[in-house]
Design a binder for this molecule. Sequence first.
Ligand SMILES: O=C(O)CCC(=O)C(=O)O
Ligand SMILES: [Fe+2]
Length: 297
Amino acid sequence: MPGLTNDQKEFFDKEGMLCIENFLTPEETNQLLEQSKLLLTKVDLSNHTKTTFKTADEDHIGDKYFFESADKTSFFFDIDAFTSNGELTVELSKAINKIGHGLHIQNPLFKKVTFSDSVKQIAKDLNYKDPKVLQSMCIFKQPISGDVKERDNAVPPHNDATFLFTNPQSAVGFWIALEDCTLENGCLSYIPGTHKTYPVSKRFVRTNGLQGGCKFEQLEDEKPVEGEYKHVPCKAGSLILIHNSVLHKSEKNKSDKSRYAYAFHIIDGVTEYDNKNWLQVPYEGGSEFSKLYKIEV
Ligand SMILES: O=C(O)CCC(=O)C(=O)O
Ligand SMILES: [Fe+2]
């Protein structure tokens, strides 16, 4: 089973991001793309809280719908999806930003890819002792169309440890392109090496236990960001590994081509995952995050 070559391990360690082309076959990629499109048709607006998704400091969501999404197929909208009166600004299927955060639990197709031998092998090659899948999501950057020349679907600069905090840090993102990602439709970009030079200066914490509410807790002073963002355009079927502490972002989709991706994050069960994190267990039907594999003793 192909895992990571020594060169790939070295590259990931040095850069904080690694793109592996052809991780999925065209058939597997297409299956997940079609499944994502199918899920987009399942949103029922009549009983929906219209929760939008944004990771900018000032207005991160923190409502119950978000809190309880860890093991569900929940729908989150682009921040420009609704007018102030709650009217959709685009057609429903083009208004969704994310579906998550329990696709690896709920959806057989996403589950199969998440718990595949190739993913397990990569976790082993990254020296995970007890890898656990924390969350999974379909991420949509909807295309522009008609009068809409720009969609507000940029992901601001961040590191994932801010949101998936463990002690010591152990999260790694597995981000799979379901369509070709380009400079025009908002491919990922990152500043190489920032996982070693830029501190995890804040973390996203619950303010009110299981009731909902989140804020950023400042851990240390922000450091001026140095370095240039490097774009990672890639073909559909590519896997991009994201180190927990590397600064990364993606731009708005300014093209008429969508950019759909499936991403999940793992952490190491031997680290401390405390109850301040927004994503908590036990959740419905389980008392732990899903183990990627049973540990060999
Ligand atoms: O899909 C994107 O543009 C951003 C994804 C991301 O930041 C992540 O998966 O950690
Ligand atoms: Fe991220």
